[in-house]
Design a protein around this ligand. Structure first.
Ligand code: PGA
Length: 250
């Protein structure tokens, strides 16, 4: 499995800005050992897929419906995303958990939907500042993993990306000490091994970090043995910064 760098554009760019940034992304050179995924907002997906055609950049989505299809006004199914050319879907981002009241049960269903449409989920997990302060970080991560990944139909045959994003680090300019990822990795590996197997973790799971990653600190995270990539929002909105980060990934 290659390392993976993911750009999450959130709900920040209008059509013109998305087209402009996608065009600037075209100049990003992707090494053979790295996958680079861009996640624009839903209405921009088709256009961005078109602009990035012929490059090594991969398009992903920021969210997906819990259901496969049917009378769900305003929802977007995994099959629709896959038809558009998406290969990855971000699931369980903390903004969806906290601001849109997404539950672990919904996230579990979304992961199943993503696999059924032959895409790969990028499952986000992470603790709040309060949970961190009272020493609950690891237990929060284990609980999220157990609930989000329980009895997923296609596991352990499929690949999975786990993005550890401490909520207090997202968009705040504050980030975790990169060395701390060694502990996070042990916690995540133990939880996933007990749900499925150690073999599954070793062969199919990539653990990545997200939360105020920029072109200065990216290399410190990427230098950690067990970190297989990065999830980046703010710094991905500027093509040169994002390119700098991609360059540092091997
Ligand atoms: P940030 O966001 O890079 O702006 O901290 C990361 C994320 O929300 O995935």
């Amino acid at each position: 499995m290659k390392n993976i760098i993911i750009a999450n554009w959130k709900m920040k760019l209008n059509e013109k800005q998305s087209i402009q940034l996608a065009k600037e992304y075209r100049k990003i050179k992707v090494k053979r050992t790295v996958e680079v995924v861009v996640a624009p907002s839903f209405p921009m997906l088709n256009e961005v897929v078109g602009i990035l055609k012929g490059t090594d950049l991969i398009v992903g989505a920021q969210n997906v419906a819990v259901q496969a299809s049917g009378t769900f006004t305003g929802e977007v199914s995994s099959e629709m995303l896959s038809d558009l050319g998406c290969k990855y879907v971000i699931v369980g981002h903390s903004e969806r958990r906290t601001k849109m009241n997404e539950t672990d049960e919904m996230i579990n269903k979304k992961i199943n939907q993503v696999y059924h449409a032959k895409m790969t989920p990028i499952l986000c997990i992470g603790e709040t500042l309060e949970e961190n302060k009272i020493g609950q970080r690891d237990s929060v991560l284990v609980r999220q993993l157990q609930r989000d990944l329980s009895k997923v139909d296609c596991l352990p045959e499929k690949e999975l990306v786990i993005a550890y994003e401490p909520i207090w680090a997202i968009g705040s300019g504050q980030y975790m000490e990169p060395e701390e990822m060694q502990i996070i990795q042990r916690v995540v590996k133990r939880a996933i091994s007990s749900l499925y197997s150690e073999k599954f973790y070793d062969e199919k799971v990539r653990l990545i970090y997200g939360g105020s990653v920029n072109n200065i600190n990216a290399k410190d995270f990427l230098a950690q043995n067990n970190v297989r990539g990065l999830l980046i929002a703010t710094a991905s909105l500027e093509a040169n910064s994002f390119n700098e980060i991609v360059k540092q990934a091997e």
